[in-house]
Design a protein around this ligand. Structure first.
Ligand code: IVH
Length: 668
């Protein structure tokens, strides 16, 4: 029986390979299904014969609860970018300077596929794990999800590659979605009322991180592999590696070119850019790699990118469309921002109907008017912008755009702080501001109330259930009224009230971020909550003390003082406290930390650690980091070329540590 099963698997693997890797189907879907059904039936009869690399095991039933961290054999580096010819010439010069004089350099130019990178590990010919890039050093294990991608072989055959052992290897590549598949997927999602993906890249990266491999299997993901690594084998060149990958049954992109000069590389980059729009998938540039692996090793890497490779980024895609209307929107801070309503047009994977206009100054500078034909660009990110107006196509009766006069929502007067470009609605009770503040408060990175999204907040504000975010914690008192709201019902209200209750466990830093203080983003909130251990400490601190916190500037501390000086905000905090939200940081009990409660100033260049890492270590050990030296400072860590802060510390008699002394002090 074993041999019959074995034979069926080989046959199915062969057909999979032809279908998914070579995109050259050999049999009909019907015949293929028959083979697969037969295998499923035999395996259910003889379950002890099931192996993890059987084609039936591509889709597991188990959900992934947490993606486990997995360390890459070698860091997954990222690439430095070049944008024009001269930068490519510089790259070539640096490469040649890094190699023995007169050595010839060959380059391989490949498509830069716009997807999500993965690393696949094989041992004894079987795939044993798959991981996302993560931070480049540690990724997340996504083996079950990667197994569902049929162009990824679960077992490889090193037959005919006698020169290599290919026993332990790591293969890297890009998971992507074809444009047509992406369009269909979004169409389906739209018909089901689900959130749309912004572009094929986000959709691939998001899919890889889904908990349910069955959903992953239903999404049309594909792979192009481009990197081969092995402990045991010495490889000669990137172009040969691509061939080896192909022979092993991996899918590679055949459009790579070997070039013997940088001029040739530039030619190929131009050619690739011209091909861009006719490809069935998205590429956002070309990748240029030194072909010889020996030369790659000599060149090595700096920081997170190799010296032997670079990316040539294409110009963002542009289209021309008509700007129908300029709408003014009110944000949660009351800032009024202009948005362009466009004649819908397809660009880089999705249909665009709006673009950001940033602020009135930008409108004035580019002289953007309603009815204009404009060039729209979608850069690396998702939000499109107006690059330029086609003035020659403008109607003769067109008039310049005026700044907003009144708040478009509540008709209150506007004001414009002198040092800013934005106009603000002066009415803090403006419905749109209230909604914005509550949406921010409840959002994922903030207090995180599942189920209380934009639509529900808008509804609750319109119906008068919410006037401030503190009202969220009184919603349970009005449960009966809430249940009566059409479309909601008891079950969803119960779930909502449960998530509201759960949100009370959010740590102080998240609560602080949720308050929506201007300039206090996630990172700033974290730093403040580590320094000031409670909201009362923060409220009582003066501006100078706040801006003495490492990396907290004057505008942040001003904005914090302004926020707390408003009685209305003060009352909100009191109410949130009464509702049970956490307004203090629980200091970890740190055994006998030598630096508990000691305050540090870091100055000059450190060699062993970055300043960021040093400051994280200090905070982790219960110390504090401030940016300016005062009598209260316990230690100044002086790196190379330390200047005025070191001088001030000497004057004040503050203890000064060299980097080495500092490292000794925190060594545990
Ligand atoms: S090589 C050191 N080749 O671009 C080598 N990367 O920042 C690094 N990418 O994270 C990767 N197509 O996700 C390489 N043909 C290609 C690529 C490619 C797309 C992605 C990859 C990487 C990023 C570079």
């Amino acid at each position: 029986m074993n041999s019959e099963i074995e034979q069926l698997r080989n046959e199915i693997n062969k057909y999979d390979y032809h279908y998914y890797v070579l995109t050259d189907p050999q049999i009909s879907d019907f015949e293929y299904d028959k083979l697969l059904q037969k295998l499923i039936q035999l395996e259910s009869q003889y379950p002890h014969l099931i192996t993890p690399d059987s084609p039936t095991q591509r889709v597991g039933k188990d959900l992934t609860k947490d993606f486990k961290p997995i360390q890459h054999l070698l860091p997954m580096l990222s690439l430095a970018n070049t944008y024009d010819e001269s930068e490519l010439l510089d790259f070539d010069r640096r490469v040649r300077e890094g190699l023995p004089a007169q050595e010839k350099v060959e380059y391989v130019v490949e498509f830069k596929i716009d997807g999500a990178s993965v690393s696949l590990r094989y041992a004894n010919g079987k795939m044993i794990s798959a991981a996302t890039r993560g931070d480049g050093i540690i990724g997340e294990e996504i083996t079950n999800n990667a197994k569902t991608i049929r162009s990824i072989p679960l077992s490889i055959d090193a037959h005919g590659l006698q020169d290599f052992s290919l026993n332990e290897l790591e293969v890297r590549g890009e998971i992507y979605m074809e444009l047509e598949d992406f369009r269909k997927l979004n169409e389906e999602r739209e018909s089901k009322g689900e959130r749309l993906f912004a572009n094929p890249r986000n959709s691939s990266a998001g899919t890889l991180k889904l908990q349910d491999p069955r959903i992953v299997a239903s999404r049309p993901l594909r792979i192009f592999t481009y990197y081969l690594l092995s402990d045991k084998d010495e490889f000669k060149s990137q172009s040969e590696n691509l061939q080896i990958l192909e022979q092993l049954g991996f899918r590679i992109n055949k459009e790579f070119k070997v070039c013997s000069s940088i001029d040739e590389v530039i030619e190929v980059c131009k050619k690739f850019e011209a091909m861009r729009d006719s490809l069935p998938y998205e590429i956002d540039g070309a990748v240029i790699k030194v072909n010889s692996i020996k030369q790659q090793k000599i060149l090595g890497s700096i920081a997170r990118s190799p010296r032997w490779a670079t990316a040539f980024k294409f110009k963002p895609k542009q289209v021309i469309t008509k700007l129908n209307q300029i709408k003014w929107q009110v944000g949660r801070t009351g800032a009024i921002t202009p948005v362009a309503e466009l004649e819908p047009i397809f660009l880089a994977g999705s249909t665009i109907s709006r673009a950001t206009l940033h602020n009135y100054d930008e409108i004035k500078r580019k002289d953007i008017r309603e009815g204009d034909f404009v060039i729209i660009e979608k850069g690396g990110d998702v939000i499109p912008k107006v690059v330029e107006v086609l003035k020659e196509k403008r109607e003769t009766n067109s008039t310049p755009t005026l700044p907003p006069a009144l708040c478009p929502v509540c008709s209150s007067p506007l004001f414009k702080p002198e040092e800013e470009v934005a106009y603000y609605c002066i009415n803090s009770e403006c419905a749109e501001q209230i909604k914005g503040k509550i949406i921010h408060f409840a959002s994922r990175g903030a207090i995180d109330i599942e189920g209380l999204g934009e639509a529900l907040v808008n509804l609750f504000v319109d119906l008068g259930f919410l006037k401030t975010y503190a009202d969220i914690y009184d919603l349970h008192k009005r449960k009966e009224d809430l249940i009566k709201i059409e479309r909601l019902g008891e079950k969803s209200i119960n779930n909502l009230l449960l998530s509201i209750e759960k949100s009370k466990e959010q740590p102080f830093s998240k609560v602080l971020f949720a308050l929506g203080i201007r300039y206090v983003g996630v990172g700033v909130a974290k730093k403040l909550s580590e320094f000031f251990l409670s909201i009362d400490d923060l409220i009582n601190a003066d501006e100078e003390e706040i801006s003495s916190v490492y990396e907290i500037g004057e505008s942040i501390s001003k904005s914090i003082k302004l926020f707390f000086s408003d009685k209305h905000n003060f009352d909100l905090i009191e109410r949130l406290k009464k509702s049970g939200l956490i307004f203090y940081t629980e200091k970890k009990v740190i055994g006998d930390s030598p630096i508990l409660n000691k305050s540090f100033v870091l100055t000059g260049t450190l060699n062993e650690l970055t300043r960021e890492a040093a400051s994280e270590k200090i905070v982790a050990l219960g110390g504090k980091v401030t940016s300016s030296v005062s009598k209260k400072t316990d230690y100044v860590v002086a790196g190379e070329a330390a200047g005025s802060k070191l001088k001030k510390a000497t004057g004040l008699g503050v203890k000064i540590l060299s980097e080495e002394e500092f490292l000794n002090l925190i060594k545990q």
